[in-house]
Design a protein around this ligand. Structure first.
Ligand code: HEM
Length: 152
């Protein structure tokens, strides 16, 4: 397989600590973004911060969520650049990226609307549950890549 560029020129592959540092940033920032989304989800499920509505929690956390998402994606792209074809051809990695796209679209459309404008308890609970399932699936597919890298 022909690599898209000479991988040995990428600092991710030559600076000893950089890959590990990016992994730490990746994990820390997804904890921030998914953690803040989970606070809204818990509230939609009726188990959130007492005395605060889902809308109030969303408003209080949305900047942290977007900062976490921007950072996790940037760090993910840096890790990806260390061996692009290996990741690109991995079914586990592709699955994670597709679910991530679905989760981001869901988060900024339906999930946001339900959290901000309210809805029936059933819709609120279903929205919180679907959101949690999507984000947890992404975390597990990130982890399972190590067990089933596939690739070229
Ligand atoms: C919220 C979004 C994301 C979550 C929750 C997530 C989660 C994870 C997790 C749990 C790991 C395993 C960490 C480890 O134990 O080594 C991982 C690794 C990785 N992620 Fe993500 N990730 C996200 C977004 C992205 C994006 C957008 C990209 C690329 C465009 C990406 C690329 C990678 C790569 C290349 C690895 C290294 C896999 C390996 O070699 O083991 N991630 N991610």
């Amino acid at each position: 397989m022909i690599q898209p560029y000479d991988l040995s020129t990428n600092p991710m592959n030559t600076v000893e600590w950089l890959f590990a540092a990016m992994e730490c940033v990746h994990i820390g920032s997804f904890a921030l973004s998914i953690g803040t989304i989970a606070m809204v989800d818990m509230s939609l499920l009726g188990a959130g911060v007492k005395g605060r509505s889902p809308a109030q929690i969303l408003r209080a956390t949305e900047l942290w969520t977007v900062a976490g998402l921007a950072t996790v994606i940037t760090a993910g792209l840096a890790i990806f650049s260390s061996d692009p074809l290996r990741y690109y051809y991995s079914p586990t990695f592709r699955f994670k990226i597709w679910v991530l796209l679905a989760a981001i679209v869901f988060n900024y459309t339906f999930h946001r609307r339900v959290a901000l404008s309210g809805s029936s308890p059933f819709i609120a609970k279903a929205t919180g549950a679907i959101s949690m399932i999507l984000w947890v699936t992404i975390v597990f597919s990130g982890l399972f890549f190590a067990f089933n890298p596939g690739g070229y």
